[in-house]
Design a protein around this ligand. Structure first.
Ligand code: 13P
Length: 264
């Protein structure tokens, strides 16, 4: 059995999927599975905002935590369409994803017309504001970073990821223990093209170095991008990979819980 320090964190990012009934059903099924079996990893599900309440109710009495997929950094005011960290606390949220590539407008080829990508406008500065606002409210941020296929081809993957992590973490005044950084190469998201586990572990180790230099030793480093029951074991063979951020495979109880099982 793992010690507390080494527990992995498995996060299901439901993205823009499901409805009230579907969310209730899936969350309840995951909670039931977690009661029937002992998992040695921490589990979080991140439904869309409108389904947080249904999922929260379905998770009642379980150890699975609730997460959101994004946040705005201001507390209240004239910000139509935005959700504040305080509102997430009020909704019973413990974790929140920030800087997902889909919120940065960094999609794989063809997912969104290039002229519309500017609608998804997050950058390192807004991600930093969100990360820090969440910490102030006691919500654990899950910071997503990762290079595009083009950046990898040009040999810039390490630099891109280094910049994305350090621009958020270096000037951080707060201790971010409990937070996570997810290495999610854009080209691996939703493509079925998982990153080679050795390479994912190497990138995770690079991220760990930055976190250690910033004395943020309580932040876990996760991998995300086409994680499935078929590749989870190979990914988790690497200690550097301290968890997973799972998209598509988190929408089915059997695939999600199988991944959790492989996490040890
Ligand atoms: P997939 O697991 O569907 O590739 O999505 C990964 C992801 O973006 C999780 O945040």
């Amino acid at each position: 059995m793992r010690t507390d320090r080494a527990r992995r964190l498995i996060v299901g990012n439901w993205k823009m999927n499901l409805d009230q009934a579907g969310a209730r059903h899936l969350a309840a099924a995951i909670a039931t599975a977690a009661k029937a079996e002992t998992y040695f990893s921490d589990m979080v599900i991140c439904p869309p905002y409108t389904l947080l309440h249904a999922a929260k109710e379905a998770l009642a009495g379980s150890t699975i935590r609730l997460g959101a997929q994004d946040v705005f950094w201001e507390e209240k005011g004239a910000f139509t369409g935005k959700i504040s960290p305080g509102m997430l606390v009020d909704a019973g949220v413990d974790y929140c994803i920030v800087g997902h590539s889909e919120c940065r407008g960094r999609f794989g080829a063809g997912a969104v017309e290039p002229r519309l990508a500017r609608y998804f406008a997050d950058d390192d500065e807004t991600v930093r504001l969100k990360f820090s606002a969440l910490l102030k409210h006691g919500i654990k941020p899950i910071l997503c970073v990762g290079e595009t296929e083009q950046e990898r081809k040009e040999g810039r993957a390490d630099q891109v990821v280094h910049d994305q992590v350090s621009r958020v973490i270096v000037a951080l005044a707060e201790d971010a223990t409990g937070a996570a950084v997810a290495y999610e190469p854009v080209w691996a998201i939703g493509t079925g093209q998982v990153c080679d586990p050795e390479e994912a572990a190497r990138m995770a180790a690079r991220i760990r170095e930055i976190l250690d230099r910033c004395r943020q030793t309580g932040i876990r480093v996760l991998y995300g991008g086409s994680v499935t029951p078929e590749n989870a074991e190979a990914l988790f063979a690497h200690e550097e990979i301290q968890g997973a951020l799972v998209g598509g495979a988190s929408l089915r109880v059997d695939s999600f819980t199988t991944i959790v099982r492989y996490a040890g």
